[in-house]
Design a protein around this ligand. Sequence first.
Ligand code: FBP
Length: 263
Amino acid sequence: MNSKDYAAPFLKNGRCMILAYDQGLEHGPTEDFNDRNVDPAFIVDVANKGGYTALALQKGTAERYYDGKTPLILKLNGKSALVKAEPLSRQHCSVKYAESLGAKGVGYTIFLGSGHEAEMVREWGHIQEEAHERGMGAICWVYPRGTGVPVDTNPDIVAYAARAGMEFGADIVKIKYSGDAKSFAWAVKSAGRAKVVMSGGPKTPTDEAFLSQVRGVMEAGGAGLAVGRNVWQHADPLRMSELLRKVIFETQPIPTLTSSISR
Ligand code: FBP
C-alpha cells in the first residue's frame, strides 16, 4: 500500500479550500471578469489573505504572479472555450516544470465520457505517476462531458466521476455538486480514500445559495471546495472567503449520511 498522503500539503485538519483561477483560459476574459479580478495579482492576494489551503493556476500565470505563499497546484492541461468539438484537453506543461515553479501538486482535467477520454486518461496516468515519484500531489478535475453526457450534475454521473477519479489514482478528486447532501455522500463514499472536493460553478445569486451547497458537501463527508467565480466575482472576496472557511472547517459530517449511506 502506498501510504504517503500526497494531498497533505493542501489540507488543514483533513480539509481543503482551493482557490481556482484558470477560467481566463477555460472561458475567456469575457463575462467572468471585471477590471479587478482580471488581474492575477489580485487573486494571489485573495488566496494569501483568504486562508486558502491551495491556489490552482496555469503555468503562465504562476510564472508571472505566484509568490510562494499559498501552496500551488499547477494545472498541466487546459483548453479554450472556442473549440466546439468533443472535449479534449491536452497536457501543455510537465510535472518537472510545475515543480520548478514551486508547485506542491499538479492538476489535470479529464472529460469523462468524451470521445477523447482515452487520450486524457493515458496522459493523466503518466502525470500521476511522475507526480508521486516527485512527492507531489495529483489532483484530478473529473468532469463528465461530451455527447454521451447530457447532464453533468446527475447524481449517478457525479458519483461515477468521483469513483473514476479514485481509480485513476487522484489524491483529490474535483467534481460538480450533485444537488443535495445525500447524493453527494454517495459520491464521496464511491471515492473511498481519495479526497473529494466540490467544483464551485458559476456565481450564485445569493451567498446563502452557494454556502448551502458547500454545507451539503461537508455534511456528506467531502473534504472541501475548489472555488473560483463565487469568490473572486463577489463584491467582497475576503468576506466570502471567511464565510467559506467557517463552513468548510467547522461543519461536521452527518453520520446517518456518511456511515450507512447506500443507493
Ligand atoms: P469555478 O468555481 O469558477 O467554477 O472554478 C472551478 C473550475 O473547475 C475551474 O478550475 C475551471 O476553470 C472551471 O471550473 C471550469 O468550468 P466549466 O464547468 O465551465 O468548464
